[in-house]
Design a protein around this ligand. Structure first.
Ligand code: DQA
Length: 140
């Protein structure tokens, strides 16, 4: 099973960035743990701060991989292009947000991704990525 995790802008700063909201662990550290815990998943990680690069990566893995876990970060709320890319591909997509976007500013309540995703997880910290992975590994 090939599963891609795609993170959007500023998520390269996890661990340093607003730790009260996003926690103190880097994503690289979390990803290593996830790979060890789920060796059957054949996990691939990609992060970019650039909208078009995220679209390119969604298109690249979207017809080949068995599932995508995506946290488009701030682009969730603004990017029609990322929403369209997710609608265009074959692989099932799970949207993850570390923080509870519905308990924050109003602009974070809009997602261009949710309607195109198999499902969305928010507010459960980094654990959300693992729960998304479990869903993709066990879906029929
Ligand atoms: C986020 C929530 C977004 O609103 C924010 O812009 C992020 C991270 C999250 O994981 O909680 O960068 O996607």
């Amino acid at each position: 099973m090939k599963i891609a995790i795609i993170n959007g802008p500023n998520l390269n700063l996890l661990g340093k960035r607003e730790p009260g909201i996003y926690g103190s662990m880097s994503f690289e550290q979390y990803f290593e743990e996830l790979k060890q815990q789920y060796p059957q998943a054949n996990l691939h990680y990609y992060q970019s701060n650039v909208e078009g690069e995220l679209v390119n990566e969604i298109q690249r893995v979207g017809f080949d991989y068995d599932g995508i876990i995506i946290n488009p970060a701030a682009y969730t709320h603004t990017s029609v292009a990322i929403g369209d890319a997710i609608a265009a591909i074959k692989a099932p997509v799970v949207e993850v947000h570390i923080s509870n976007v519905h308990a924050r500013e109003d602009f974070r309540k809009l997602s261009h991704v949710s309607a195109k995703a198999a499902g969305s997880i928010f507010g459960l910290g980094l654990k959300g990525y693992e729960l998304a992975l479990q869903y993709l590994l066990n879906r029929k």
